[in-house]
Design a protein around this ligand. Sequence first.
Ligand code: SF4
Length: 229
Amino acid sequence: MKIVGVTGTKNTGKTTLVEKIVEGLSGEGYHVATLKHSHKSFDFPGRDTDRHRKAGAEIVAGSGRETFILVDREMDFDEIIAAIDILDSVDFIVVEGFESMEYANISTSTPNEFTVKVVDPFKLEDVDELIAIIKKRSYGLLQGLDCGKCGFESCREFAAAKVRGDADEVDCRSQPDRALLKINGKPVPLNPFVQNFVSKAVLGMVDALDTENLKIEKVDLIIKCQRNR
Ligand code: SF4
């Protein structure tokens, strides 16, 4: 899953550009999700789910022909991307409006260090060329491990090279050899001994379960901590 942002100042056509990118990627058969940042609330005034929320529910989900989950707090960028990744397997996430994210972006106004191209969405003719650039220069969720296994000393160096078109593909999720620890969604480096210890302990526990018909390739273990109230 790769991430590409659409950044730019107000009323410069960001949503128009998101539409063109989504159409271009979907047209090539890719599965695409979008993420929009807003300073306003996303709510449904007067609907049943709004009443659930006003009664005090912190998470409200709606299920029908479509499904939505409304979380009553601001989630950080990596947390949302990880949640989308868990919900469905998509090839690209097109993000509108997270100006400070450290992922490849197409800008409709002033570029930043992660901008791969500046375009005027209303005059964009060659969408195919833009899609080709996005496919080559965007990258997936960085684990922040600075493990160097991609050939760069840090994730930030890798990101800068990738945006310039000077780095190959890397799947950071495959970088930890045995186990990956995240606290509040942020990766925490583990040395090989601890990775080995954790993976053996968890796999030993899983082996003891009745999972005979299951071909185990990866195990996710999420530990929820009691909130301090
Ligand atoms: S392989 Fe991934 S996690 Fe490791 S330094 Fe490169 S970008 Fe960062």
